[in-house]
Design a protein around this ligand. Structure first.
Ligand code: FAD
Length: 278
């Protein structure tokens, strides 16, 4: 598959240019440009990105100023081109991007606040999702996205018997609740464990293997989620269809981390695509 002509957006959340996260961002930018990609960067701390939702996220007259409802107001503003300038600029970058790479240190088992705020303000209703267009039918179903993050703890800490618990459970809200929800095809996460506590050679090795991975990133098989067609609609409470559940009744594992049907979680289903798990 041709890589030339593709566009990537790197959304970076780190305060320091001397950080390992910044080094990962530099490698990404350089490696993708070398392959002919256009690379856009949203360096959130550098931009002083405002992560706080407010009425200022719309311009013009609110529909219901005395009972301002953020979702409804931003949906109307998006339709009418009245979202705040900084949101519009980020949405334009998302529109242009074939691939979005989120580069961040894991904070409190999730995204740093500044990046969560980017998600909340930029991936707004209508633009990034609606009840009619969500999950496998989401607006970004032709785009790919990937989480690249660093941790404080070692990998063993986030295993099913580790102190922090299974990394697949930690990944589920970010990969399913944000990326898959908006339709992105989710590529395997790039997790750099315990970067502050390993030798310099090991860190250089991580940067090198990430650079190598980026060479063929577009050809990778995404992680599997259940398609929205497997579920009932609103009147059926969005439940997994009985016939889908029945076809899986002999499986030892539940279908996903979230839709586990009371069975053991499918091992490493948020870490690896089905191809690389076989
Ligand atoms: C609020 C908060 C919440 C947190 N929550 C969690 C949590 O839930 N789970 C968890 O596991 N951790 C957690 N942490 C820890 C956090 O995830 C780590 O501190 C972070 O991931 C480390 O990444 P960094 O980029 O900041 O590393 P840095 O400390 O900036 O860098 C690590 C090392 O890499 C070196 N380095 C930089 N550039 C290069 C290069 N080019 N080549 C080689 N070496 C280089 C640096 O000099 C440094 O020695 C939390 C931290 C905070 C502050």
């Amino acid at each position: 598959m041709l890589l030339e002509g593709k566009t990537a957006l790197i959304v970076l959340a780190h305060q320091e240019r001397t950080s390992f996260n910044y080094a990962m961002k530099e490698v990404t930018e350089k490696a993708l440009k070398k392959k002919g990609w256009t690379v856009l960067v949203s360096d959130l701390y550098e931009m002083k990105f405002n992560p706080v939702l407010s009425r200022n996220d719309i311009t013009g007259k609110a529909k219901e100023p005395s009972r301002f409802k953020y979702g409804a107001e931003t949906l109307a503003a998006w339709k009418e081109g009245r979202l705040a300038k900084d949101i519009k600029e980020e949405q334009k970058k998302v529109d242009r991007a074939d691939l979005i790479i989120f580069q961040f240190p894991l904070y409190w088992f999730g995204l740093p606040a500044i990046m969560k705020g980017w998600v909340e303000r930029v991936l707004s209703m209508g633009f990034a999702y609606s009840f009619e267009t969500m999950y496998s039918e989401g607006p970004f179903k032709n785009k790919k996205a990937l989480l690249s993050f660093t941790t404080g703890g070692p990998g063993s800490m986030t295993t099913p018997s580790g102190l922090n618990g299974d990394i697949n459970v930690i990944l589920w809200p970010m990969q399913n609740g944000i990326l898959n929800f908006c339709g992105f095809k989710v590529l395997e996460p790039q997790i750099s464990y315990a970067v502050a506590h390993i030798p310099d050679e090991a860190r250089v090795g991580i940067l090198q293997s990430w650079e190598k991975r980026l060479e063929k990133i577009w050809d990778e098989t995404p992680i599997t989620f259940l398609p929205i067609q497997d579920f009932e609609g609103m009147t059926g409470g969005f439940l997994l269809k009985k016939e889908v559940e029945e076809t899986r009744s002999d499986n030892r594992y539940g279908p996903t981390v979230g839709q586990h049907l009371g069975k053991p979680l499918p091992p490493d289903s948020q870490l690896k695509s089905e191809n690389s798990r076989l």
